[in-house]
Write a protein that binds this ligand. Sequence first.
Ligand code: DGL
Length: 294
Amino acid sequence: MSPNLGALAPASPSGPSLARQAPIGIFDSGLGGLSVLRAVHAMLPAESIVYAADSRYAPYGARDADFIADRTLAICSWLVAQGAKALVVACNTATAESIALVREKLSVPLVGVEPGIKPAVQQSKSRVVGVLATQVTLASARFQALLERHGGDCRFLCQPGHGLVEAIERCDVGSPDLHARLQGYLAPMLEAGADTLVLGCTHYPFLDAAIRDIVGERMTLIDTSVAIARQLERVLGQNDLLAAPDASLSIPRFCSTADGAHLRQMALTLLHIDAPVERVDIPSRRTATAPQAA
Ligand code: DGL
């Protein structure tokens, strides 16, 4: 009898080939991780994917560290229980606050994300670099260490993207209000001579067109999603977990802690994937007592 493969594979598959066919779990506070999923799906089309959006509790960007770590661990554990063979924490904020904890608690291969400071420093000619990320990411010790390690001789203009995640969660990637907000964030960077902009939040690649409208060709945009997909490929290879290239192609399994309508719309509009979204309940210590209705 052929085993039940793909996104719904049982936890801890027994043989190596079953393990290879298990899905990759990708997690974000909301819709932003779809930018990472897009790159993973393009680079590794034989891989099954389970995507978990914690949209009920998004944005994480102004939450406290304990809340972010609590939700990240709960969702990563849930993905492992769904049979995930490896995890991508496709959220800069969650990575900054909790990747060490997740590594300590879960034994699956794990890939996190961080703002692309290193590629920005390699590419900037003016040596002035703008960084757009959540307030939590910018204030994190991990981000400060990243700047110290890779910042070189560049000057960094770090701007919290207040309101941007909220807009994208509403599927707003180009309204006049959003443009005005972005203009307010980007104009000072342009005036200061920044020629490179780090998109330090996985939601922001979906603002690519709106940002281009404002900065034209004056800035190189640094989006690390392709590098993350490459890193995932390396990690899967090192663990002998790459799906067989002839595995049947599957559409991702989309799950959301909210009603999922926006996730479905975003996946369709920006990724051209039309798939249902399952509403899932993932309790955690900090949310255990919250009412579960929408
Ligand atoms: N996509 C998340 C990130 O990369 C957004 C965090 C949030 O929910 O504020 O940081």
